[in-house]
Design a protein around this ligand. Structure first.
Ligand code: NAG
Ligand code: NAG
Ligand code: NAG
Ligand code: NAG
Ligand code: NAG
Ligand code: NAG
Ligand code: NAG
Ligand code: NAG
Length: 501
């Protein structure tokens, strides 16, 4: 026990740093965003309550026998409802003074009067108070982890009419009390199912760890439970890319933590330098940051210039004079991203190797130059994908062999820059064209997004838009076995004796 305690103390510093590791990607949902979620959520709750099944009610009291069956919700009025953040981890959904209209089938026997027909009834002053707890699950996904609910019905009316009216008035309180109990008993289970099963299946559509292309993947697992204040909900995602050749690789995050201060828009997503660095690190490790141009692919005027520059060397290899040229551009270290309020840039170091490739003979390297380039990066959202468009800004080549050769390379500077701009940049931009999905559920999109740069991170502020209703997405992923279990437990509800109330 004591030894365990010591071990724990030793481990503590590393545990502390692990739990406080900064997110590479952060999402903030504001009260405005929650308002939109509420509108969509209410529609969903309405549909769920509309389908409440109330079990049959039958029994007898003295000479009075009754059967109430086929209870159907015909209308719902949820005029007063609120969806609020509740620190530290909860959402509160409060419906007050709602009304529910019902129709049911009656079979009554009073002495020897037998009566059968349908009755309209309404429940008024319906209060439903639910608290949803949000947490990260073992897979790092956001989930509704628990829910508490209470519901009550203040009044219930039933419209009895016909010849036995006097009798009904006397007995209706009796039936209505039973109905009221059954109904209020069904509200919470229905909402519990809606949240814990249906809404969670919607949250299952948020990507946690998936492949971006054939080379890299992205890890959007949550680092910790969401943090909720009275007007914001914040999610800290790892936001780390990994090479598919080494999936379990962890890149340490030494970048600054994004801080979102704004609350004007519905949602903000922030990405730190780490996010972009891990992408380039992964591409580098996947070995794809190499481009080779040979023969026809080398622009003619550049070839002429290269042959002139290396004329002496080529001449000495006389049998190979006419051999085609090959240019290999190989990034020599993981590129680094820098985000400043003035813009985003990427620094790349690379080798440019120029060789002759005589047919049927080993290639002969003419030169290996070092290249330092700075690219400007324009980050934007396209649909749900985050994309980066790169543009060549600064460029420098030098010889690793001698200062003299560096001088000779000076005349190559401009044509090589053109080569990069016209030939290589389009290849790179084509590769990143697909972009990477941001962690949002299916059916939910950003609109009117604005990208803002800060020191060490950038934010995308946007409004939310439901391109598909919650219901539509949920139906698509509806967990079939659980739904079946739920409806069977409902119909198995025992009948109830209202006198026990
Ligand atoms: C309500 O129940 C009916 C019949 O069981 C089903 O077809 C329908 O999809 C349900 N609607 C909702 C909103 O669950
Ligand atoms: C629920 O909403 C009603 C009406 O807005 C309000 O009076 C009541 O206090 C709220 N309940 C809770 C528990 O916040
Ligand atoms: C509740 O709603 C009914 C109508 O549905 C209305 O007459 C009543 O004034 C409302 N009560 C409160 C407290 O808002
Ligand atoms: C109520 O239903 C039961 C079973 O279906 C039946 O035996 C009984 O006669 C019914 N009572 C009345 C009053 O219709
Ligand atoms: C119940 O209400 C519907 C309309 O909502 C009406 O058509 C019907 O006649 C009513 N039935 C009774 C028995 O009052
Ligand atoms: C859910 O919340 C209730 C009430 O706060 C609590 O009693 C219960 O232990 C919680 N369940 C879980 C799994 O956290
Ligand atoms: C439900 O519980 C909340 C918090 O405990 C309480 O404020 C509210 O009055 C309750 N509402 C109903 C309808 O019982
Ligand atoms: C380029 O040349 C350097 C120096 O000779 C060498 O280390 C490197 O492996 C070469 N790269 C390629 C892709 O040929």
């Amino acid at each position: 026990m004591a030894a365990g305690g010591c071990l724990l103390l030793l481990l503590l510093p590393s545990l502390v740093t692990a739990s406080h590791s900064p997110p590479g990607c952060k999402i903030r949902i504001t009260s405005k965003g929650l308002d939109l979620v509420k509108q969509e959520g209410l529609r969903f709750v309405e549909q769920e309550l509309q389908n409440i099944t109330v079990s049959d009610l039958h029994g007898n009291e003295g000479q009075f026998q009754y059967n109430i069956s086929q209870v159907k919700v015909t209308d719902l009025q949820l005029a007063f409802s609120d969806l609020n953040f509740q620190p530290q981890q909860h959402l509160v959904f409060n419906i007050s003074n709602a009304s529910i209209s019902l129709r049911f089938r009656r079979q009554l026997l009073y002495w020897f009067f037998y009566d059968i027909g349908s009755i309209n009834a309404s429940a008024d002053g319906v209060h439903i108070y639910t608290v949803l707890q949000l947490a990260k699950d073992e897979a790092g996904r956001l989930k509704i982890s628990n829910m508490t609910c209470n519901a009550s019905i203040a009044r219930m009316h039933a419209g009895f009419s016909g010849t036995l009216r006097k009798v009904y008035e006397f007995l209706s309180t009796f039936i209505v009390t039973g109905m009221r109990f059954l109904l209020s008993q069904q509200i919470c289970p229905s909402l519990e199912h809606a949240s814990l099963v249906l809404l969670n299946s919607l949250l299952d559509t948020v990507p946690v760890r998936n492949y971006v292309d054939e080379h890299i993947g992205i890890d959007y697992s949550l680092l910790r439970d969401p943090s909720i204040t009275t007007d914001t909900l914040e999610l800290d995602f790892k936001g780390m890319f990994f090479p598919r050749v080494r999936e379990d690789q962890e890149l340490e995050n030494h970048a600054v933590e994004p801080v979102i201060k704004e609350t004007e828009r519905m949602v903000y997503v922030a990405f730190s330098e780490y996010f972009f660095d891990s992408a380039m690190h992964s591409y580098f490790q996947a070995g794809v940051l190499t481009i080779e141009l040979q023969g026809e692919k080398v622009p003619k005027d550049l070839e002429v210039l290269l042959r002139a520059t290396f004329f002496g060397t080529i001449f000495m290899l006389s049998p190979s004079v006419d051999a085609p040229l090959r240019l290999v551009l190989q990034v020599s270290a993981p590129p680094r991203c820098t985000i400043k309020p003035s813009g985003t840039s990427v620094s790349v170091s690379a080798f440019l190797n120029i060789s002759l490739v005589p047919p049927d003979r080993p290639p002969v390297q003419l030169s290996s130059m070092a290249m330092e380039t700075k690219l400007s990066a324009k980050v934007f959202l396209q649909g749900k994908a985050l994309r980066v468009q790169l543009d060549l800004r600064r460029f420098r080549i030098y010889s690793k062999q001698s200062a003299l050769e560096s001088l000779a390379l000076f005349s190559l500077q401009a044509p090589l820059k053109t080569l990069l701009q016209l030939t290589i940049m389009p290849i790179i931009n084509e590769r990143t064209k697909k972009g990477v999905q941001i962690p949002l559920p299916e059916g939910m999109d950003f609109t009117r997004e604005v990208v803002t740069n800060h020191a060490g991170f950038l934010t995308v502020g946007a409004d939310l838009h439901f391109s598909k209703g919650l219901r539509e997405v949920i139906e698509k992923y509806r967990p079939v076995p659980t739904a079946a279990a739920y409806s069977s437990s409902q119909s198995a509800e025992p009948s109830l004796d209202p006198s026990s109330l």
